[in-house]
Write a protein that binds this ligand. Structure first.
Ligand code: RIB
Ligand code: CA
Length: 315
């Protein structure tokens, strides 16, 4: 039984590996990609999505462009040092032989969710602007989702963009707050687990000497490693988005507990903070399954082995 998924994404180096992981995994049936501004502008995230799918011979998968800017905030800017100006660490992939879908991201989301015979899992790897528009404008369609599995936020490990906020949530906190309040089952894969499951340089060994896809992976990882070395003093990298995808492939990889989560949208120091009520102090109904532990070794084995297999059978 495969799980139908749609990936909302802002590629983005870790998004790129997560997208490839999804297509390398028979457990998932990827129906489409929707793009959002975040790690870089929408034009680049959309072009990157098209070129990544061409790299893995999946030009058949629709890509629709969504929001370039947050719902409300006008001061959200990515740090180009993380993913590069164009989002893939300076790697230039071959252009795709087709264009972006004529539908907007939300139109594609609605069509795919309504057409799917089985409930779709929406995997959100970037700022939640497109997802917020979906739940606000098409609530009946959004309610047909099986679950939203989102990379974002943090319960105890709070921030990577600020001391209290993770980038995806920080970039569009109003959208995130709307999504957490939508009443749709959510799995929150945040910094608590992505920072536990770092991928070390040695983990990539099975990709060395591989084919063209392995080369692209290793080139993007090199850029991402330089960032981690400069920012955190380590050559291990946080493959945030791949962990969210992996949690759909094999939910046993993370341990989640249900908690009430909301997002600070107004605070000067705390804008974009996911307030996770770990001790149920507020007495509010839990609205998210929050990942707090991860089998890091199993995740990294899955990630690298699946990516290494992508070149099999390709020239
Ligand atoms: O904080 C990590 C998240 O922000 C990841 O999704 C990464 O791609 C960036 O978008
Ligand atoms: Ca991302």
């Amino acid at each position: 039984m495969t799980t139908p998924v749609i990936i909302d994404t802002d590629p983005g180096i870790d998004d790129a590996l997560a997208i490839m992981l999804a297509f390398a995994s028979p457990e998932l049936d990827v129906l489409g990609l929707t793009t959002v501004g975040g790690n870089t502008g929408l034009a680049h995230t959309t072009e990157n999505a098209l070129r990544l799918l061409h790299l893995i011979d999946r030009d058949d998968i629709p890509v629709a462009a969504g929001a370039d800017v947050p719902l409300v905030r006008r001061d959200s800017r990515p740090d180009p040092g993380v993913h590069g100006e164009e989002g893939l660490g300076g790697i230039r992939l071959e252009p795709a032989p087709r264009s972006v879908d004529s539908r907007s991201a939300v139109e594609l989301l609605v069509d795919l969710i309504e057409e799917s015979a089985d409930p779709v899992t929406l995997i959100a790897l970037g700022p939640l602007t497109n997802v917020a528009v979906l739940v606000a404008a098409f609530p009946r369609t959004a309610a047909k989702l099986d679950r939203i599995v989102l990379m974002g936020g943090g319960a105890r490990v709070l921030g990577n963009m600020t001391p209290t906020a993770e980038f995806n949530i920080w970039y569009d906190p109003d959208a995130a707050s709307r999504v957490f309040a939508a009443g749709i089952p959510i799995t929150m894969v945040g910094l608590d687990v992505t920072h536990q499951a770092l991928t070390s340089p040695g983990d990539w060994e099975p990709l060395r000497g591989g084919g063209r896809i392995a080369d692209v992976v290793l080139q993007t990882v090199d850029f991402y490693t330089d960032y981690h070395l400069q920012r955190y003093g380590t050559t291990s990298t946080a493959q945030h988005d791949s962990l969210a995808v992996a949690a759909v492939i094999d939910p046993r990889l993370v341990r989640t507990t249900p908690h009430f989560v909301d997002v600070e949208c107004a605070g000067e120091l705390t804008r974009g903070m996911t307030v996770v009520d770990l001790d149920s102090i507020l007495g509010a109904e839990p609205n998210a399954d929050v990942a707090l532990e991860v089998d890091a070794a199993a995740f990294n084995r899955l990630l690298v082995d699946r990516l290494a297999a992508l070149d099999d059978g390709r020239g």
